[in-house]
Design a protein around this ligand. Structure first.
Ligand code: EPZ
Length: 426
């Protein structure tokens, strides 16, 4: 398996182009199932998760063709998804187990075809990740839900009907699934306690461009007036706020100065506020975000929350920052039950971290030392890579496939701003 070999200690300076957002692209790709027309998505990142979902869509009968990119700020790829004929409504275990976001085909499939059978995604490293909220929401729209041999089967003979969905707590994926399903339901659906992430707003923008009638995306209550049919559209994927946040942390950790090209400050305000609290100098420069170190990093406190709170997907990266801050930081993971697996690996680099339940206390040190470390999940791997950028000597991050799921051309982007980093065969 490939690994990253990083020699720490170089401040990073320059510009990093931010790719299209993985967590926007995945639900956006599923919208093609809602229409017989073509959906073209621009600025798609080249990531393993995108490839996995493309494989699943192909399996269902969707034709995917590569369009020429528009170049310029939109450095990503453009793909056209044609779901004119769906010849299978089963999402098989061997694809779904590779990426749990495959569950996002459930809502669109049952809305368009009246039925869908999707393998239960199973848990992953950061938690058991149930889908009960997705299923209850679909039942509120009249779907019948059955479980059989590790698969969930949703049927809605005569189509879905608009209804009232009220989430007991915020779920990004469940909000996305029901938003797509409600677009084709007969009548009006209200989604209360909806996720407010920018990726939800991006998805609603695309669905409305396809003829859906969605209002309130980005707020607590979303209203969807179902329509008979949706047509195709062309939609550019929003920039990746978590990729941008990850490199913003790199700028502060390495005492450097980075321009995150195309990053949208409004999408990452909690991240930028915490960076400022830790001593970073943050500015917005013509459609990009710039983060500059000012010589020292001080400890900070964060609790992960749904948007607009501090993102759980930034927790591991900020823990790496806390390892090299002056003083102590307190980091509480309130979204997932097992998202501290980077702690033991950071400790191998000399970090001083104590965990009590869902709270980690980090005592900063200037003496991180390079060592071989093991990636366990996507964002934990980024936390380890960031620590390697400042640790003295060489850090090897193994099991690179975790990183390749969410960071496009990571070593290329970091090398271009001065990092000493190589991708090596395992
Ligand atoms: C999305 O996952 C993201 N993935 C995750 O990013 C992100 O960490 C998460 O939202 C929270 O922001 C994609 O968008 C593809 P949730 P999702 O439903 O939708 C529990 C990354 O690193 N829950 O908001 O699965 C769940 O277990 C990934 O890019 C239920 O109990 O997250 C968790 O504790 C990791 N029942 C909490 O809710 C359900 O039916 C939030 O999960 C659904 C969720």
């Amino acid at each position: 398996m490939e690994k990253l070999v990083i020699s720490g200690g170089t401040p990073l300076h320059g510009t990093i182009p931010i790719s299209g957002a993985k967590n926007a692209a995945l639900p956006l790709m599923c919208t093609c199932l809602l229409t017989e027309d073509k959906v073209t998505l621009e600025n798609l990142p080249r990531l393993a998760d995108i490839t996995t979902l493309t494989d699943l869509l192909n399996h269902l009968g969707v034709t995917v063709t590569i369009e020429g990119g528009r170049g310029g700020m939109l450095t990503g790829r453009s793909l056209t998804f044609d779901a004119h004929t769906i010849n299978d409504t089963v999402a098989p275990y061997d694809i779904v187990r590779k990426m749990r976001a495959s569950i996002l085909v459930l809502g669109p499939l049952v809305a368009r075809m009246g039925e869908a059978t999707v393998s239960l995604p199973g848990g992953c490293a950061i938690g058991n990740r149930p889908i009960d909220l997705h299923l209850k929401a679909l039942e509120a729209l009249g779907a019948k839900i059955e479980m059989e041999q590790g698969y969930v089967r949703a049927t809605a003979a005569g189509g879905l009907k608009g209804g009232r969905v009220r989430f007991p707590f915020v779920s990004v994926g469940a909000t996305e699934n029901i938003l797509m399903a409600a677009a084709l339901a007969k009548g009006t659906t209200t989604i209360e306690n909806a996720a407010r992430e920018p990726e939800i707003v991006d998805l609603a923008k695309c669905l409305n461009a396809m003829g859906a009638r969605i209002t309130g995306a980005g707020h607590e209550t979303i209203t969807v007036e179902g329509v008979e049919k949706l047509h195709g559209c062309t939609h550019a994927v929003m920039p990746d706020r978590i990729e941008a946040g990850s490199y913003a942390v790199a700028a502060l950790m390495t005492r450097g100065d980075l321009l995150l090209e195309g990053a949208k400050a409004d999408d990452m305000q909690a991240t930028l506020d915490t960076l400022t609290e830790a001593g970073g100098i943050v500015s917005v420069e013509d459609g990009s975000v710039r983060v500059k170190a000012n010589g020292h990093v001080q400890g900070f406190n964060v609790v992960t929350q749904p948007f607009p709170g501090f993102a759980t997907d930034m927790q591991a990266q900020f823990m790496a920052l806390a390892c090299v801050a002056d003083g102590a930081s307190v980091i509480t993971e309130a979204i997932f039950e097992n998202r501290f697996m980077h702690v033991s690996e950071l400790t191998r680099l000399g970090a001083n971290i104590t965990v009590k339940g869902s709270t980690a206390t980090v005592r900063g040190t200037q003496k991180l030392k390079g060592a071989p470390v093991m990636a366990t999940d996507l964002r934990a791997s980024m936390g380890l890579a960031l620590a390697g950028l400042v640790a003295a000597g060489e850090t090897t991050v193994n099991r690179l496939y975790h990183l390749d799921r969410g960071y496009e051309r990571l070593e290329e982007k970091l090398k271009a701003v001065g990092a000493r980093i190589e991708r090596m065969p395992g």
